[in-house]
Design a protein around this ligand. Structure first.
Ligand SMILES: [Fe+2]
Length: 287
């Protein structure tokens, strides 16, 4: 049977280090027809979607990223006559999309077992974007295989080492995903122009931005966590607290023992807070 997702290199030398091209066979799948996506949007709970104007600069701040002013369904209906983008989140909650997502990741795991060792939290996103819509520079907290289904788009992926630790700590303690990258770092970003059948791996927290082509675009984003990504996220959270306390914490990966202590400390405090909340309702908010 033909594999839905094809990654050329085996093993994947750049997984979670650098972006790389992939190929797929999902472009003809009827689950991504606009009418099916409208039905999916109707079934998803309202907080499982975001929709914004796509008429924004690449370095737009959260305040410069306005909503479309329409409902989710109306935004999708107007997708070809306006400049907007929509993301449907957690599409794996729908059995048909879950089956597709699982099949793709199971295939990758079969061929590239080390890259996906201990992988969990499989989550699917579907992006529907108008012609020339821009998704501002941002980061995401997961490993991502972005697959182009319809239309074309150009994605720029910057090296995550170009991000200041403070930016990552800000994000992992509730900050907005948009990040402002200096111009010289933007010019060094890898660029991928995706047509139906193409895809790209976007490593965990690598800053990226997207400029849509001249027609409506649909993309399927397959994401997951690994033990490494979960550990890094926790270390960034702990580092944010340490920095607020006047310390200069080491970024994740610099000291395996230090990282392990931070993760253990974080989990112990979280467990204690849960216990406290259970024993004395309201106490956790005072902790
Ligand atoms: Fe993204």
């Amino acid at each position: 049977m033909t594999r839905l997702l094809q990654i050329q290199d085996s093993p994947v030398p750049n997984f979670d280090r650098k972006p790389f091209s992939i190929q797929h066979h999902l472009a003809e799948n009827p689950l991504f027809a606009l009418e099916r996506l409208l039905l999916l949007a109707r079934r998803l709970r309202s907080e499982r979607a975001e929709f914004y104007s796509g008429n924004v600069p690449v370095d737009a701040s959260p305040e410069q990223t306005p909503s479309t002013g329409f409902s989710l369904e109306e935004t999708i209906r107007r997708i070809e006559s306006s400049c907007v983008w929509v993301v449907l989140k957690n599409v794996e909650q729908d059995p048909e999309y879950k089956e597709l997502l699982d099949r793709c990741l199971d295939e990758v795991a079969e061929v590239h077992a080390p890259a996906l060792q201990g992988a969990s939290d499989r989550v699917g996103f579907i992006f529907i974007s108008s012609a020339r819509a821009v998704t501002p520079c941002h980061l995401d907290p997961e490993h991502n295989f972005l697959l182009q289904i319809r239309g074309a788009k150009t994605i720029h992926v910057a090296d995550r080492s170009s991000l200041a630790q403070r930016e990552l700590e800000r994000y992992f303690t509730g900050g907005h995903r948009n990040v402002d990258l200096p111009e010289e770092l933007k010019t060094r970003a890898a660029q991928f122009t995706l047509s139906p059948g193409d895809g790209v791996h976007v490593p965990f927290t690598s800053p990226h931005w997207v400029v849509n082509g001249d027609e409506l675009s649909v993309s399927f984003s397959i994401t997951f966590q690994t033990p490494e990504s979960r550990r890094k996220a926790l270390v960034h959270k702990v580092n944010a607290h340490l920095r607020r306390a006047g310390m200069t914490p080491k970024p994740p990966g610099r000291s395996p023992l230090g990282d392990a202590c931070k993760v253990l400390g974080f989990r112990t405090v979280r467990r204690a807070r849960r216990l406290l909340r259970h024993v004395t309702p309201g106490a956790a908010t005072q902790a």
